[in-house]
Design a protein around this ligand. Structure first.
Ligand SMILES: O=C(O)CCC(=O)C(=O)O
Length: 268
């Protein structure tokens, strides 16, 4: 059993201000007993193609160092949301993870870029500025294996399934849905990924800023392996907490052996 905290923080155009906010929320979560803490997608960069390149940093840049210090200083595992990462003149939407000593234990580049055009709703073309990652990410912690994916990645069940088959009992998703697809699909998708993989599924969103360049849906949440919500935020700045019970994962997997009943030979 361990406690996870999702920091639903209000972003800012000012990177230093975002760092201060992230630092304060992670500290508060650790003081409240969280052993694993997650930040949202693009927590230090406005979520817009206009800004990704300007705010991008290399993996040895100050934001990654800041996250490592935050993990070590608070003695927690940190899933560092995602930041805009610059590598070889390409920009990625990347999540870095750290152990209690601040050692980097994971790096996930968003695999599925958010290119959609919903009539009367939202058009967004991440691929105008971002490049995709090319692998699934599962990190090792003293509690269990944790899968890490980013936002739109959640819509591709194969990725979560791959992480579950690689041993993940918890999947953490830094995410920033919007006011069109959020109300329609957020709850359903998070619960479905938890249910069909019999994992805890924890999604960390930014708080909603109606004056910002992007209005996030908020609703950071933790779904159980039974497909229910254990905790869920509204759209305001807050920290969402939940106890991850690994015995419960095993119990559900025994009682309803979905993962065992798979017929891979038929799906190929
Ligand atoms: O899938 C969606 O509806 C939202 C995805 C998104 O906002 C993202 O990938 O950043």
């Amino acid at each position: 059993m361990f406690k996870i905290a999702l920091c639903q923080m209000m972003g800012s155009m000012d990177k230093e201000k975002s760092k201060e906010k992230a630092g304060a929320m992670v500290r508060e979560a650790a003081e409240n007993g969280a052993q694993v803490v997650a930040l949202p997608e693009m927590w230090n960069c406005p979520y817009s193609n206009d800004y990704f390149r300007d705010y991008a940093e290399p993996e040895d840049g100050p934001s990654v160092k800041f996250l490592s210090d935050l993990a070590r200083g608070n003695d927690i595992y940190l899933i560092g949301g995602s930041i805009s990462e610059l590598d070889d003149n390409k920009v990625y939407n990347t999540s870095f993870s750290f152990d209690r000593q601040g050692k980097r234990i994971g790096k996930h580049r968003k695999v599925h870029l958010f290119d959609i055009d919903v009539k009367g709703g939202i058009r967004f073309m991440e691929s105008d500025t971002l490049s995709p990652g090319d692998k699934a990410t599962v990190i090792d912690t003293e509690y269990c294996k944790i899968g890490v994916a980013i936002c739109y990645d959640v819509r591709f069940p194969e990725l979560s399934r791959k992480m579950a088959l690689a041993g993940a009992k918890l999947i953490v998703l830094p995410a920033a849905f919007n006011l069109t697809t959020g109300p329609a699909h957020w709850d359903l998708t998070m619960r479905a990924r938890a249910l069909d993989n019999q994992v805890y599924f924890a999604a960390a969103s930014p708080a909603r800023d109606m004056d910002g360049v992007y209005q996030a849906y908020g609703s950071s949440c933790i779904a159980t392996p039974w497909g229910e919500f254990l905790a869920k935020a509204d759209e305001k700045e807050t920290i969402v907490y939940g106890d991850i019970d690994l015995d419960y994962v095993e119990a559900i997997r025994q009682q309803l052996p979905l993962l065992k009943h798979r017929r891979e030979e038929i799906y190929k």
